[in-house]
Design a protein around this ligand. Sequence first.
Ligand code: MG
Length: 367
Amino acid sequence: MKITGISVYQVTLPLSHPYSLSGGRLHYTELDSTFVALETDLSITGWGEGCPWGSTYLPAFASGIRAGLEELAPVVLGANPSRPDVVNRAMDEALPGHPYVKSAIDIACYDIAGKALGLPVGDLLGGLTADPVLVQSSIPTGTPEEMVESMERARAAGYKVHSAKIGSGVDDDIERVRKLGELTQPGESMTFDVNRAWLPDQAIRVMKATADVDAYYEEPCETYEESLHVRRRTTQPLILDESIKTYSDVLRAVRDGACEAIGLKLNRVGGLTKARRIRDLCVEAGVRLNIEETGGSALADTAAVHLAQATPMRSRRATWLCHEMISVDPVIGGARNGGGVTRVADAPGLGVGLDHEFLGDPVAVYQ
Ligand code: MG
C-alpha cells in the first residue's frame, strides 16, 4: 500500500467561551487547526488533525504545521501508511524536530492501517481495554467564585476528575485552592494546573500553604529545572505536561523522580507512534498518564482516546476533550462525553467521519 495524495485543510475552531489559563497570562477565543487526508492506492483514505492549541501556548504554531507539511510531502508520498514507525523515521530524517508538524500525518497513517486491517486504531496500540476513559474537566482561571461555579457545572455533567487553571499570584491562588479543595468530594480527583506561571518561590509558598488539600499540581514553572527545584521542596503529587516533549524528557523525569504523572499530548510529542512509546515507558515506570490532545476537534480527541483506552486502567488518570469547548463540530461520530466517561467505537480505523461541506476546499494538495 502507498500514500498517493495529501490534502491539507485549515479549520478555524471558535471556543464556545473565551478561555484563560496560566493565571490569565494566556487567553484564547479560537483555535487554528489543520486536518490532513491521506489518499492511498487502495482507495482507503485516512484522516489526522494537528492543533497545538493557541500559538502562544507552546513552541508550536498552526501555520507552522502547514509550512512543515510542504517540507514533508516528498517523503510521505509513496510511503506505506501501515508502517507508521517507518514513516516516522523518514519524516524525522527529512525534518528533524518539529514533532507537532508530523502528528496529523502519523494519526492518518493509523487510521488507514486500522481500516485496511478491519481493526480500531486502539487495537494497533496494544489493544482496546473494556474500561471506559474518564474525561477530565477544564476550569479556566477566574475569580474563586467563578471557578467554583465552573466546577459545580462540571460535576453536574458527570466529571469526577477536575483540572483547574491557576497561576495569577500567591494569595489569589491559595484562595482558589482552598475554595475548590473544600468542594472536592470522595471519589473525585483535583488538579491545579499552573501552566508554567509561577516562579519557584511562588510555587513553594502556595504548595506549602495548601499541603493539607488532597490535589495534584501540574507544570508549576516555566522550565523543567525550576519545577524540579519546587518538587524537591514540596510534598504534593506533581504532573509534568508542557515540559514533556520527547521520550528522553520522560526518561529524565523518571530518573529524577520529578513527577507522579504526565500529560501525554499527541500533537506535542508528534503523534500516536511517539506517544505509544512514552505510554509504554510510563506504564512500566509507574508514572500515571493524562492521555489527550493538545487541542482540536473530535477528530484529534478520538485519536487520543484510542491510545487512552488501549492503556491499562491503573496507569491512566483522565482525558480532556478539547472539542467540548468548541462551538462547531466538523466530525461525525468519534469519542464523545457520556456522563464523564468516553470510549471509542469498535470500528475500523479511528471510527470518525468528516463533514466535507464544513471543511471546504483544501489549502494545499500534494500528489
Ligand atoms: Mg496542563
